[in-house]
Design a binder for this molecule. Sequence first.
Ligand code: DGY
Length: 323
Amino acid sequence: MKPTVFIDRKLPREVEDYIAEHCIIDKWEGNESIPRQLLFEKLANTNGLLTAGTAIDAELLERAPHLKVVSSMSVGYNHFDLAAMKAKGIMGTNTPHVLNDTVADLALALMLGAARRVAELDRYVKDGSWKKGDGTKLFGIDVHHAKLGIIGMGRIGEAVARRARFGFDMEVSYYNRSRKPEAEEKLGVRYSELNELLAASDFVVMLAPLTAETNKLIGKKEFEMMKPSSIFINISRGQTVDEQALVEALQAGTIAAAGLDVYEKEPIETNHPFLQMANVLTLPHIGSATTQTRNDMAMLAAQNLVSALTGQTPPNLVDELSV
Ligand code: DGY
């Protein structure tokens, strides 16, 4: 008898076909997230769940007595209550590696976009404001040869550092819970304590995974350490930053601008102050979202799911936090 799985998001046809070779599939086809009560009903007799951001907590696990694996189509897995999963012997898997370059590309896009005011300039041209000789008010800040500070030097951090060092001649320092001598050697990056990094950097990029240690790691005090000309980028998780402190730092000119892919609450509220701020570039949590990379993530999530349900150790069983 094949194991049963529930898929709570749309997957490419070939990925679904692959899962169907090994499992009996039930799936959610709606465009919005599946209502939680309905998910509970679906999980009552299910062995495997393929999801992305759905909170896997004690309440859900209680409702899923036959669950063996939760395969997340994401590198981050802060939505897993790992202790509760372990207590019930449920495996959790993620999709690392395949998205490194795609997320790193978007980090650079946020840096360039915020520094060179790309969204503002696009609006300026399209709304007919472009008149001859009116120029200086939309001048930006140079990215090349500037100082970049990366918080969280995992695989994506290294991919950002590589682009910054060799593509933009930037001086790169990083802060991480452990030093990375190999990255220092290979990429010419320097380890820095957090406060020193904040004070020295022109661009600060948040890439640390969300954990108890990184929850609101950057707040009022940290923004006050940064240069008034600096730009803050967040492409990790919104909760790594005190969002109210970020709003206030941007309004007060404590820092110059921000480029954000992630927020405390997603989707962002339609009355959020960021949406009225010209110095904030806002993206809809889309770091890994190219067609190719999302397909690769879907296939990896499917492989993790199938191997866990066919008696093998899934290739990306999560245990330690390393993004
Ligand atoms: C991830 O995979 O964790 C990313 O946040 C998705 O874009």
